[in-house]
Design a protein around this ligand. Structure first.
Ligand code: AOF
Ligand code: ZN
Length: 351
């Protein structure tokens, strides 16, 4: 689990997997999934060691050969290495592998146990599991609100509510997800860069930056634009699209949908670009639409110790029509002076 966690966010569209080779009471080697195209966790754990008669623990079912596969199948590496027992945490939901990796090893005389650590591994792999099961990325809604439930008070110069500790945590999340998404209103109001900065330094791996701008309102000078930025738009004009594309950003044409764009179409397009996880950082209009359409999987709500009163903007548009959302498996973490409340909406749940 530790090895797998360390690879989180670096393997898309592959899952982050950890493997440990054990003989008796001793750990022989540890492996984790490399970035896409590189060795899998099991192959890494088995490389350059004597694995004969040892036991391999792996968080995910070892893979089988299938067309288009980039690396040699892990089941063959296990057989060749002479491993006699494999302990698998979770079945791989990827259809050419699912259940077959385990069956293949058992048919060849390997003792295979399945389900060890199943619950925690499912939690760790939620983005991959949703991506495989639905063909859509896993979506986290992030917002920061005052004690009176307001999202900011631009008239009073208050755009950012939380302190340094909460901000650091939010940047750490940007550093593992595949994409960060905002609406055009946020770009126009705040001109964010949407990069991941850890201890004030740009992280080595940056998420894809996504702007949803149905009508084509953001200026081509916006900081978020450039290579690595995707702009989803519907009824914008051609000159604006050309100016956005000239920055190096990718323009994705979407259908119009009630009060915005067809988000499901956007998420499908992102999944095709190997985006397995997205953090939506607002603004209120985008978050409201996504809740209305049941497209949010997880909520991260930072609560800041201030009241914004009459100057505060509502955290969601007053016209939002979504119903009650009660979070599950809630975790509360202090980031003094703020608090993070996070949990799952349950619109999608691992099967
Ligand atoms: C494993 N161990 O560490 C991972 C697995 O194209 P390839 O060769 O990289 O294969 C990708 C598939 O392998 C991926 O879709 C998923 O089913 C599985 N991922 N399997 O045994 C690993 N990352
Ligand atoms: Zn593999």
């Amino acid at each position: 689990m530790e090895a797998a966690s360390a690879a989180r966010g670096r393997t898309s569209p592959n899952p982050w997997v950890g493997a440990v080779l054990v003989r008796g009471d001793e750990i022989v080697s540890v492996g984790a999934t490399s970035p896409y195209g590189g060795p899998h966790a099991e192959a890494a754990a088995l490389a350059n060691v004597n694995a004969r008669g040892a036991t391999l623990y792996t968080t995910l079912e070892p893979c089988m050969a299938f067309p288009g596969k980039r690396t040699p199948p892990c089941v063959e590496a296990i057989l060749e290495a002479g491993v006699t027992k494999v302990v698998v945490g979770l079945e791989d939901p990827h259809s050419p592998v699912r259940g077959q990796g385990v069956a293949y090893l058992r048919e060849r005389g390997i003792d295979v146990e399945v389900g060890d650590g199943h619950h925690d591994i499912t939690t760790l792999l939620r983005p991959y599991l949703k991506f495989r099961e639905t063909g859509r990325p896993y979506v986290i809604a992030k917002s920061a609100v005052s004690l009176d439930g307001k999202a900011g008070a631009p008239a009073r110069g208050i755009r950012w509510l939380t302190g340094a500790a909460a901000r650091e945590r939010a940047h750490r999340d940007r550093a593992w997800v595949d994409a960060v998404l905002v609406g055009s209103g946020t770009v126009i109001a705040d001109d964010p860069a949407l990069t991941a900065r850890i201890d004030g330094v740009e992280a080595a791996r940056q998420p894809v930056r996504i702007v949803v701008d149905g009508r084509g309102r953001i200026p081509p000078s916006a900081r978020v634009l450039g290579p690595g930025c995707i702009v989803g738009t519907a009824s914008s004009d051609g000159a604006w699209r050309a100016a956005i594309a000239a920055t190096g950003a990718t323009v994705v044409a979407l259908e119009r949908h009630e009060r915005g764009v067809n988000f499901d179409q956007l998420f499908q397009a992102l999944a095709q670009r190997a985006v397995m996880s997205v953090i939506v950082e607002g603004g209120p209009t985008v978050l409201g639409s996504l809740f209305e359409e049941g497209l949010i999987d997880e909520v991260h709500a930072y609560i800041a110790p201030l009241l914004l009163g009459q100057d505060g903007l509502p955290a969601f548009p007053t016209a939002s029509t979504f119903g009650v959302v009660t979070l599950r498996d809630v975790v509360v973490e202090p980031f003094p002076p703020d608090v993070l409340v996070r949990g799952y909406t349950g619109t999608w749940a691992p099967s």
